[in-house]
Design a protein around this ligand. Structure first.
Ligand SMILES: C[S@@+](CC[C@H](N)C(=O)[O-])C[C@H]1O[C@@H](n2cnc3c(N)ncnc32)[C@H](O)[C@@H]1O
Length: 199
């Protein structure tokens, strides 16, 4: 099964609220509301069915993009957006080249699926190239104590120290935290969150 089929299958055959990464709302949105102008171009990498983009639509952000490998998830996003303008990009992040600049790059629970060092390196160079100076990177990924697999796929786990070292040539880290995500089945998953500004 291709990776695209894997993710389409996950979304098509499981209720959204039973997916291990499900959460009702996105705490990162508070930071965005307080620090970013409404016309700032914002991209959510691997947005899936996340409420993130819909919360930003409701707050009247006007330049929103969601990228995901699953066309099924994106089609659900289109339906929920009810005609509000969002750019939807169906692609594998590892094969994508951004065609414009963004003011904020958001990724919750996607980067850890890049298990190859080369893909991780390319991901951060791509984010650095696609972000305007002073643009924000918000990344939430499994910490060194996080699960070893997710959605039946292997993952790479990262400490805040390692994430900081990986981006510090291009970014200034402004905030970090470790957060426990409680899954719908009651398990816990430790996430490392990094907020950084493009130099
Ligand atoms: C664990 S889910 C997280 C979804 C969403 N960010 C959230 O917090 O609810 C991972 C998402 O990344 C997408 N994804 C996985 N690998 C990807 C890749 N290589 N390129 C683009 N999207 C990918 C999946 O389709 C899925 O929507």
């Amino acid at each position: 099964m291709s990776l695209t089929d894997h993710w389409n299958d996950r979304y098509e055959n499981n209720p959204e609220s039973k997916l291990s990464w499900y959460q009702e709302s996105s705490p990162e949105v508070d930071f965005i509301e307080n620090n970013v102008g409404k016309a700032t171009p914002i991209i959510d990498i691997g947005g899936g069915l996340s409420p993130f983009v819909h919360e930003l639509i409701d707050l009247e952000f006007t330049d929103l993009t969601v990228l995901d490998i699953s066309e099924f998830a994106l089609s659900e996003g289109v339906r929920k957006a009810e005609g509000r303008k969002v750019e939807w990009i169906a692609t594998d992040i590892r094969e994508w080249t951004p065609e414009r600049m963004y003011g904020l790059w958001h990724d919750r629970a996607v980067f850890h699926f890049l298990t190859e060092k080369e893909d991780q390196k390319r991901y951060f160079s791509m984010a650095a190239e696609a972000l305007v100076p002073s643009g924000y990177l918000i990344l939430g990924t499994f910490s060194e104590n996080g699960p070893e697999a997710c959605s039946g796929l292997p993952v790479a786990r990262h400490s805040i120290t390692d994430l900081t070292a990986a981006i510090e040539a291009d970014f200034t880290v402004i905030d970090t935290s470790i957060q426990e995500h409680i899954t719908p089945s009651g398990g816990t998953q430790e996430f490392a969150w990094v907020y950084a500004v493009r130099n």
